[in-house]
Design a protein around this ligand. Structure first.
Ligand SMILES: [Zn+2]
Length: 213
């Protein structure tokens, strides 16, 4: 990316991977950020980086790699904790004065898409948990990929990160793509009668590190 936020193409070897499309200031209720839009080559999906401060050559940058969740992030759904985690990450980055949320589109329902996520909710209404519901539908439990997130962090010039997540798999995947993950920063959100069984399933079946009884 150049200083004017104009479109540039990132490459790995000779192959183009994604384009940095554009950037702009973005005032939010958590303070002022800069928003960058990225698009993998040959795809229509647009990913976003919401940046606080100058991250070039910085170490131990606070990073949240957040999977899009329309129901949680936008509608305030209490079936999951996505919206709360996103808010907590933006607030923490804002008070630290530096950091980035990489917002990955196309990650609904851990990669199965919005309609399938709602189909899984139907099954959960009948007593299945979030993992069983995906399997009942013949769908994978988690097909999210983090390669584009690794490229975005590299494009921003970040040297090493402190990753805000409860998901050890996400740390491992980013490290596999060459991200220098120094530390995990827990993102603990309130549990409610609506999300407690979802959170317990994530803890027991998906290895998430959540601290509740
Ligand atoms: Zn969610």
């Amino acid at each position: 990316m150049n200083n004017n936020g104009e479109q540039q193409t990132a490459t790995a070897g000779s192959a183009r991977i994604f384009d940095h499309i554009v950037s702009s200031l973005l005032p939010t209720r958590h303070g002022e950020f800069r928003i960058h839009v990225y698009q993998p080559v040959g795809e229509t999906v647009e990913h976003v980086a919401i940046v606080k401060g100058d991250l070039k050559d910085q170490e131990r940058v606070l990073v949240r790699v957040h999977s899009e969740c329309l129901t949680g992030d936008v509608l305030g759904s209490m079936r999951c904790d996505c919206g709360e985690q996103l808010d907590a990450a933006l607030a923490k980055i804002s008070s630290a004065g530096q950091g980035v949320v990489v917002y990955l589109r196309g990650h609904e329902g851990r990669g199965i898409g919005l309609a399938n996520k709602i189909r899984a909710y139907q099954l959960q209404d009948q007593g299945r948990d979030t993992v069983e519901a995906n399997l009942d539908l013949g769908l994978p439990v988690d097909i999210r990929d983090y390669q584009v997130a690794a490229h975005i962090l590299s494009d921003l010039g970040i040297k090493s990160i402190c990753l805000m997540t409860n998901n050890p798999r996400k740390m491992m995947k980013l490290a596999e793509y060459g991200v220098n993950v120094i530390e995990r920063v827990p993102v603990l959100t309130a549990h409610t009668p609506h999300n407690i069984s979802y959170l317990r399933t994530k803890q027991e079946k998906l290895g998430h590190m959540l601290d509740f009884e």
